[in-house]
Structure formats: structure tokens, C-alpha cells
Ligand binder design. Structure first.
Ligand SMILES: [Zn+2]
Length: 286
């Protein structure tokens, strides 16, 4: 690769493959079952999330096109659609970093009740070798400062965000589904109230110009994140209100608690009824 191409890539203006440049060396990769972000530097590539195992070939092709070797992989949480490339990336020699609960989940058989899905432990090479706790941390990589923060009891019990501070790109994993109702994994320590708190915390970190990379959906803004948080709070208030009245799941659905939100948020993984059912079962099981 010639010097001009390298400089162009570092500036986020020249690249091969299907990634979208956000500037200052940050790229969002084409969908791999979830959204992965790459920071390309002269010291290698810092990758956030590794997609689904079925798309590991795409991950390799895209990162190769960016022309830098993966030095660090950061996992925003343990779910299969964010850690499917971990074994391949770890085998390639990258360090893997995540919240300590991600390592724990990836080290044992884990069940997601809502999807009736069971995931076996990953081989050790695909698990985070470096973990952080409640206090998060900061790393300098290729001249960029990357701050990572843990948000407890939210989408899962191990959600971590990575903020490229100089580029002002905030990778938040599944704490944010941009434009659609989210999955909340009550089976592994998530809760809707915790998701709402996490969004409030993210809104304090993000500025008006921050690009926020969600786990699913297009790159968003602080305003879009706030709209997502308002929707979550509105749905929670209505569903828990109907539940306090002692209604069955059917009765809660008949109350149509998502009516005003379905137009904007009900066209993704879940429609309004499915989202209500997930919240109802999750809240009742707590
Ligand atoms: Zn997830």
C-alpha cells in the first residue's frame, strides 16, 4: 500500500471494501449480523464487536481491506451476534477486551429464554483475556484515546461502551437499537429500567456532534438516542401500569401500550405486541 493510501485511510477518505468512513480512521463495517466498528491506525486496527460466526469470512475480508492487522477486539457484550468472530480474531493474535461478565458468560453454557437459544462456551482463545469492572478504563491505541464504560443491568449484565474520544465516535452495542424496539435479555441480567438508565448515561457522554454506533440500525445522533430513551420510558410506564392492575399478558396487549410508538419503532426485530410480550415476561419473572 502506498503512503497516500495509508494517509487517506487514516483520514477516513480512502478505503477498499464496503466499510463506511466516519473520519479520523474510524469505519463502520457492513452489517455482520450486528454492527462492528474499526479504528485504523499506524499501530494496527482496534475492532469493536466481531459479528455472527456465519459472517466471519466477511469480517476478515472487510478488515483486510482496511489494511491493518487487528490488535485489539472489544466486545460490547456476550451475545452470539457480537462475538461470533472472536475465535478467529483471537486465533489471529488480537487481544480481546470486555467487561468481566462477558468473559464469564462466554466461558459457560448460556441460555436465552426468550429465544429458547443455548450457546456453548467459546474456546479460551475467543474469550476476553483482558477484562474491566464497574469502573471501566481508558486505553491509548495508535494515538487515539479510547474510554470504555460499563452500564450494569441493562441489555445484559455485561454491557460496555467504547468511545473514540478524538474522533468522537461512541460505540454502544445493544444499549441502542436505532429506529426499532430493542431486545432486552432478562435471562442474562438485563432489564428495561437498566436500559433506560444506560441511555441516560450515554446522553451525558454524547455531545450534539457525537456519532453513536448502535448494535443494530444506522449510525445515530444524540437526538436519536434521546428519542429511543423516551420511547423506552413511555412503554415501560404503560406496560408496568397495566401489569399493576393485575392484567394477564393478553389483557396488557389489549391495552395497546405501544400504540403511539409502533409507527416509528415497530418495524425492526419486534412489532409492538412482541415487544410488550418480552417486557411482560421479563418484568414478571424478576
Ligand atoms: Zn445483544
Amino acid at each position: 500500500m502506498d503512503r497516500r493510501t495509508v494517509l487517506g485511510m487514516l483520514a477516513g477518505t480512502v478505503w477498499a471494501g464496503g466499510a463506511t468512513g466516519l473520519g479520523k480512521g474510524v469505519f463502520v463495517l457492513p452489517d455482520l449480523g450486528s454492527t462492528s466498528t474499526a479504528l485504523v491506525t499506524g499501530d494496527g486496527l482496534f475492532l469493536v464487536d466481531s459479528g455472527m460466526v456465519e459472517q466471519v469470512g466477511d469480517l476478515e475480508r472487510e478488515t483486510r481491506a482496511l489494511g491493518a492487522r487487528i490488535g485489539v477486539l472489544f466486545n460490547t457484550h456476550w451475545h452470539f451476534d457480537h462475538t461470533g468472530g472472536n475465535v478467529r480474531v483471537g486465533t489471529g493474535g488480537a487481544r480481546i477486551l470486555a467487561h468481566e461478565n462477558v468473559r464469564r458468560r462466554l466461558s459457560e453454557t448460556t441460555r436465552i429464554d426468550f429465544y429458547k437459544r443455548t450457546d456453548r462456551a467459546l474456546p479460551a482463545v475467543g474469550r476476553p483475556g483482558e477484562v474491566f469492572g464497574a469502573d471501566g478504563g481508558v486505553m491509548t491505541f495508535g494515538g487515539e484515546r479510547i474510554r470504555y464504560v460499563h452500564y450494569p443491568v441493562a441489555h445484559t449484565d455485561g454491557d460496555g461502551t467504547a468511545h473514540f474520544e478524538n474522533a468522537d465516535v461512541l460505540c454502544v452495542g445493544d444499549l441502542f437499537f436505532n429506529g426499532m424496539y430493542p431486545f432486552v435479555d432478562y435471562s442474562t441480567g438485563g432489564s428495561l429500567a437498566g436500559m433506560i438508565r444506560a441511555v441516560e448515561g450515554l446522553a451525558r457522554v454524547a455531545g450534539a456532534g457525537t456519532r453513536i454506533v448502535p448494535g443494530h440500525g444506522p449510525v445515530g445522533s444524540r437526538a436519536e438516542l434521546l428519542a429511543f430513551g423516551e420511547m423506552l420510558a413511555g412503554v415501560r410506564e404503560r406496560v408496568t401500569g397495566l401489569m399493576k392492575g393485575g392484567r394477564s399478558l393478553r389483557g396488557v396487549k389489549e391495552g395497546r401500550p405501544t400504540r403511539e410508538f409502533d409507527g416509528r419503532w415497530g418495524g425492526g426485530f419486534f412489532n409492538g405486541e412482541e415487544f410488550v410480550e418480552m417486557i411482560y415476561r421479563g418484568e414478571r419473572g424478576r
